[in-house]
Design a binder for this molecule. Sequence first.
Ligand code: PLP
Length: 227
Amino acid sequence: MSVKENVQAIRERIRRSAEKSGRRAEDICLIGVSKTVDVDRIRQALDAGIVCLGENRVQEMRDKQPLLPENVQWHMIGRLQKNKVKYIIGKTAMIQSLCSIDVASEIQRISERENVVTQCLVQVNVGREATKGGVDIEELSSFLQEISRFDRIIIKGLMAVPPALSDPEAVRPFFACMKRLYDGLPETKQIQKEWLSMGMSGDFDIAIEEGANMVRVGSSIFGERVY
Ligand SMILES: *Cc1c(COP(=O)(O)O)cnc(C)c1O
């Protein structure tokens, strides 16, 4: 199937899952995860109506940005090192992988310098996996407390990458847990809840049923990645 057909098929699945949970397809944001994908294939996705692209490496995102239209909204979804923050501030719609005070303090510093505010999601390590990034569930509220001094950071919600399990149904409790955390977030000047980002190619239907309104889909759009 072509990239365009893949996008259409995913939109149809999004619509069905959204309806199951009493929402509309338009309320769900589809991020095309374009890591390792060449710009020609990415253009096919943009032609099919994708507006948001997710990348997990700063350098790769910087290489692609000048080659693609300016209206693309770039989302940083991968582990972010402090020394790379300066390359993406003002050039990303959202940093979805915020989980370190150190990085937050650098986002604050560069955002001040560039006179912008930076929208972020806090990544939660919902499966308590040693190999994954994200704030521990127990530490979420103290993390939010600590970053509340950074007035150049706006928190738009939460992001998670639950454990990769062969049965997507087994992931459902992790999505449900994220929804509870999301619902429990306070609304403040800094915390402006809008997005619960969870669900990837293998499980985005279930993520939406459990309350996700932003899904990050790579291989189901572009095909399997070869690393
Ligand atoms: C790669 C990646 C995705 C997309 O994964 P697919 O299984 O290819 O859809 C989503 N989120 C993050 C954080 C990723 O790194």
